[in-house]
Each structure stands twice: as C-alpha cells, then as structure tokens.
Ligand binder design. Structure first.
Ligand SMILES: Nc1ncnc2c1ncn2[C@@H]1O[C@H](COP(=O)(O)OP(=O)(O)OP(=O)(O)O)[C@@H](O)[C@H]1O
Ligand SMILES: [Mg+2]
Length: 318
C-alpha cells in the first residue's frame, strides 16, 4: 500500500519536475466509423460508408501521454515516416503536452493500425508497418545521447517494430549517465535488455521467455533466475485481473484496483508510465507500484485507450 511518505502538494510538485525520456516504437491507432447498408457488387464483402474518423496515439506515444496526463514532463523520441500519420501523431502529442523528437524516414510509413468500424462492429483492421532504415536508427542513437542529459528516467517501449534495434547500446549509455531504465519488452530475446533497471512484461510476454508456470513458487523461481541472468534490478509482471507483482530483492504484489472493467487495452502503457514517473519523483519501488496500479485501475474503467489524470490519481491516493 501507499506509504503516505509525501503530501499531495509535494507529490504533484515532484511529478511536475520529473522528466521522462520515452523511446521506442510509436504507432497511430486510426478509426474509421461508418455504417453499412449493402454488400459490394465487386466481392462478397460489406460496403462501409465512412462518416467519422478518429486518431489515437499508440505504443511509446501512449506511454508518453500517460506520463503527461499524470502531471509529468514527457519527451518522446522515435522514428516515423514522412507522411500524414506522422503529422497526426505530432499534433496529438502537442495537444497532450508531450515534447516530441520524431525523426522522419521517407523510406517507411508511420506504423498505423487502421480499424474500420460499422454499427459498433470491427469490419477489418489494416496494419501498415515497416522497420526504420539503419542510417536513421543511428541518428536516433545520437539524439538519444543528447536528450539523455536532460532527463531523470528513461522508458524504452518495445513493440517489436524495429525502433529499438540499438536497445542494448541505449541501456548502456543511460546507465553510464546514472539514469534508471524501464523497459516494456517484446519477443523472446531478453538478453538485449541486460543491465536495465526494470523490465515490465505481461504474462504472455513472460511466458515467451521462461515458459509456463504451474504454481506461484515456480513463477518466482523462473523470474528470479531471469532477473539474475539479465542483471536487472527488478522485473514487474503485469498480470491483468491478477494485478501486479514486483520481483526484486523482495517480492511485492498488488491486487487490481479496477472497480469496473471496460477496456483493458493500453493498461500496460499506463503501468510503465506510472512507475517511471514515480521513480523519477524519488518514490520507493513500493510506492511507485501502488501508484502504477491505481492509474491502471482507472484506465481499464474507461472506454478506448484512455489515460489517468493527476486528479483521478490524487483522489484515490489521498
Ligand atoms: N481484466 C482486468 N481487471 C482488472 N485490472 C486489469 C485488467 N486488465 C488489466 N488490468 C490492470 O492493468 C494492468 C496491466 O494490464 P496487463 O497485464 O493486461 O498489461 P498489458 O497486457 O501489457 O496491457 P496492454 O499491452 O494492452 O497495454 C494490470 O496489472 C492491472 O492493474
Ligand atoms: Mg503491453
């Protein structure tokens, strides 16, 4: 539980001073809403007449907006295409109060997940994605080196799209500069993340690297082995309806705070955002975990990839 070691005003002012550098794969979640009245004469598929469109920030961009919404300073570094989607992401981030360094690579498209929705049903999802080219990824490492100086904590948000090709180098640079590094992992090669401060897999992501577990003891054994192999300070397992577990020198659990569950998408982004901001504000791992858990509980109670505001957090905490 939250220790109450800081007052509400103190916590807000610490959050407002905290600077988090978020690096990784950004994406644009695009929604086309409409209606269908007929089947196409060209193929046995419905025809959708689009009436409204909506854009939402996804991946690392969603982590950054979660930090800003809680009152922190977020700087987002990523590679995008030279296209409309990159403009849309930039203006979304501006609106949410996130500073951006989006490097444009004209040889790729910005990652987009386009959903066509008619009568509240998803008709199709279209994914556009390309890995950034090598030159621009090197530029991203150069930008990272510069931006590192002006941040307190680094978040690396890996969605497996190639933006974190140089992740090991980035971790080393950040650790040498004395910054904590939190990673939302992807894939089965966690050796790339060696030396990080904290890794925050969900259950499926963890299973991919350590296999399944049949008991809490077996889970603990496997996670602690992984933690030792990777030389990371802690592993925070996000367990959906089972809440959160932090495996470090000590083990701590939090059960979920959600009162109602509407939409769980993006809750993992909220957890890493809450942890990073709290650690940048000099809170203990244990308090950071309580804050991340409350924020995630708020977010799953809202529709769409939502965020938790400072006021909502403060209402639960104090
Ligand atoms: N069904 C649920 N009921 C209650 N709380 C939930 C539920 N799903 C998620 N949460 C809250 O959100 C946190 C993160 O969820 P989860 O472990 O599903 O992350 P995730 O799979 O990385 O999410 P995503 O990738 O969609 O952002 C959980 O630790 C919990 O606090
Ligand atoms: Mg996740």
């Amino acid at each position: 539980m939250f220790s109450g070691s800081v007052s509400k005003d103190d916590l807000l002012s610490r959050f407002q001073k905290a600077r988090i550098l978020v690096v990784g794969d950004v994406m644009l979640d695009r929604y086309w809403f409409g209606d269908t009245y007929r089947i196409s004469p060209e193929a046995p598929v419905p025809v959708a007449k689009i009436e409204r469109t909506e854009n939402r920030a996804g991946g690392a961009a969603n982590v950054a907006r979660n930090i800003a919404s809680l009152g922190g300073q977020a700087v987002l570094l990523s590679v995008v295409g030279a296209d409309d989607a990159a403009d849309d992401l930039t203006s979304l981030m501006q609106k949410d109060g996130v500073k951006t360094h989006l490097l444009r690579d004209s040889s790729i498209n910005t990652t987009i997940k386009l959903r066509v929705i008619a009568r509240n049903q998803q008709l199709i999802r279209l994914d556009f994605e390309h890995s950034p080219n090598h030159e621009i990824l090197h530029l991203a490492v150069d930008s990272f080196r510069k931006l590192l100086q002006d941040c307190d904590v680094v978040v690396l948000s890996d969605y497996g799209k190639g933006g974190l090709t140089h992740v090991t180098e980035m971790i080393d640079m950040a650790r040498n500069a004395g910054k904590m590094v939190l990673i939302d992992p992807k894939g089965n090669d966690y050796l790339r993340y060696r030396g990080a401060t904290m890794i925050t897999p969900n259950r499926a992501e963890l299973r991919e690297v350590v296999g399944d577990w049949k008991s809490e003891d077996e889970l603990t054994y496997k996670v602690q082995q992984l933690r030792a192999n990777l030389r990371v300070k802690s592993i925070l397992l996000t367990r959906s309806e089972e809440g959160l577990s932090l495996f470090g020198e000590k083990i701590e659990h939090r059960s979920t705070q959600a009162i109602e569950v509407y939409d769980v998408s993006g809750a993992g982004d909220t957890v890493i955002a809450g942890m990073a901001l709290s650690l940048a504000a000099n809170l203990s791992d244990s308090d950071a975990m309580s804050i991340a858990n409350i924020a995630a509980g708020v977010v799953v109670g809202k529709v769409g990839t939502a965020v938790c505001t400072w006021n909502e957090l403060a209402c639960s905490l104090f």
